[in-house]
Design a protein around this ligand. Structure first.
Ligand code: PLP
Length: 481
């Protein structure tokens, strides 16, 4: 299995070769040259598998340059009941991603029972183990630099804490995360985790990461790496739970399901698209956005028009407040039938601050062949959906999951189960839950006093040079073990 760039001008590489990198050298994103395919007999065998077996069956086709015994050990170490169980005392922990039935034909796929209570743990925990393994093979260490508005940073830190060849330098806005999210990150005392609270907003953090990435000399000298949403390993890991959910929701071979996915950077739903390309019988992939509806606009009109940071609204589902959907290029490459020159041309316009329209060349007409549909929601919709789920199904959902449930309900089709993906637990977004239900969401055991724990965080100005100096001072700090 080789991976190629969506822009067609980078050498084809193996899974391990793209694991630690970001963009392809031509600015594109890596995709499998061709998708592995699971036929009816494969699917029948997979139906009987537990999460770890399924993860191995799927990843061994995507990461075929990792020896099978090593991959099996990494998967078994990652997807343990212990790592994915403190979310819900009533959940079916052994499933890793339990499927919760709301009513006939309507489900929520629980993806937030990992350590940081958001679906990003599903992929990031595996990535932590894969990074440690890959770095051991080459005898190197790495300094991961990232920017977070909340969930990504904490998922990365909890995945990398204690790793003996990884340090994490995570920039977060000093103001702007929920108190729970702040406490979750800043209370980590691990020596290889460096929290930097930037006096500014998320975009300031992201700009600093970009500046540092452009400083090639600094990057090489201090072995700077990333774990952002375009990382292929994250997408690959997310494919697994689409298969798991499918088998949990169906009894018979060939039966179809639909998924509704709360979307920001198009990472989660991109994995759903790839699962479908690999042979999973998916009727619809419904993209749910909040008021930042750049993706909904595309799936309704065929026009992709990324916004500027200033045009990006701050909403009560903040993890979906994005202006550009960084993984979208992967889907467009498939939509364009892998016409890489066409993708390069489209993103030339996007990278120059422009937009593109796929109506004239007939590409937009093909979107329905890939099962995509979409809709968006507002703060009022989220509040109403949280209330509805609580009163009708006795289920408390977070604001992002509410965006998904609202849109999923609008797209149900007779006889086809609709599976709405949960992306975080309500405890992470307490304020809106109080507004909707006048209740404080329950917290998993052990997290009751999170905000009172001692903190390990450095507050700094949004000054690239000062932050580079801080990284340089700590880039060789002793690592665990
Ligand atoms: C990251 C995140 C999303 C958006 O996921 P994408 O993969 O970027 O589309 C949605 N909800 C929550 C809670 C998240 O943390």
């Amino acid at each position: 299995m080789k991976y190629v760039s969506t822009r067609g001008r980078a050498p084809a590489l193996s899974f391990s070769e793209i694991l630690l990198g970001g963009l392809a050298p031509d600015g594109g994103l890596y995709l499998p040259e061709t998708y592995p395919h699971f036929d009816a007999a494969d699917l029948a065998a997979m139906r009987k598998m537990d999460y770890r077996e399924l993860a191995f069956a799927i990843l061994s086709r995507l990461a075929d340059d990792i020896p099978a015994a090593d991959l099996k050990a990494l998967v078994d170490k990652t997807y343990t009941v212990e790592a994915y169980s403190h979310g819900r005392p009533d959940s079916d922990f052994g499933q890793i991603t339990p499927l919760r039935k709301l009513e006939d034909g309507l489900y929520i796929l629980e993806l937030s029972n990992g350590p940081t209570l958001a679906f990003k743990d599903m992929a990031m925990q595996l990535l932590g183990n894969l990074f440690e393994y890959a770095l051991d093979k080459v005898g190197q260490d790495i300094n991961i630099l990232g920017a977070t508005s909340g969930d990504t940073g904490s998922a990365a830190e909890y995945a990398m804490r204690g790793k003996h060849n990884v340090r994490v330098f995570m920039l977060s806005p000093a103001q702007g995360m929920t108190p729970f999210q702040q406490a979750q990150m800043y209370s980590l005392q691990d020596a290889n985790i460096f929290n930097i609270a930037v006096r500014g907003v998320f975009d300031d953090c992201q700009d600093i990461v970009k500046n540092v990435s452009n400083d090639l000399e600094f990057k090489a000298k201090y072995r700077i790496g990333a774990v952002n949403s375009i990382n292929w390993g994250r997408i690959a890991a997310q494919v697994i739970y689409y298969f798991k959910a499918y088998f949990a929701a169906t009894a018979n071979a060939g039966q179809q399901v639909s998924f509704c996915v709360p979307s920001g950077n198009f990472g989660n739903v991109c994995a759903g698209h790839i699962a479908r390309m690999m042979g999973l019988p998916v009727a619809q992939l419904v993209v749910a956005t909040n008021e930042n509806d750049v993706l909904d606009e595309f799936f309704r009109s065929g026009v992709y028009r990324p916004r500027t940071a200033a045009q990006t609204l701050h909403t009560s589902s903040p993890s979906m407040d994005i202006s550009k959907a960084s993984n979208f290029e992967r889907f467009i490459a498939d939509l364009a039938g892998r016409d890489y020159a066409r993708v390069a041309e489209l993103w030339k316009a996007v990278d120059a601050g422009g937009s593109f329209d796929l109506n004239a060349d007939g590409l937009f007409a093909k979107v329905k062949d890939f099962g995509f549909a979409s809709a968006s929601s507002s703060h009022a919709d989220r509040v109403a959906t949280i209330r509805m789920a609580w009163s009708r199904y006795q289920t408390m959902i977070d604001t992002h999951t509410a965006d998904g449930l609202k849109v999923g309900l609008e797209h149900r089709q007779p006889g086809i189960p609709m599976i709405c993906l949960e992306t975080a637990l309500p405890a992470k977004f307490e304020e809106t839950i109080r507004e909707a239900l006048n209740l404080r969401p329950e917290r998993p055991a052990g997290l009751e006093n999170l905000e009172a724990l001692p903190r390990r965080v450095q507050t700094m100005d949004p000054d690239t040079a000062a932050i580079q100096a801080y990284i340089a001072r700590h880039a060789d700090d002793p690592l665990p073990r």
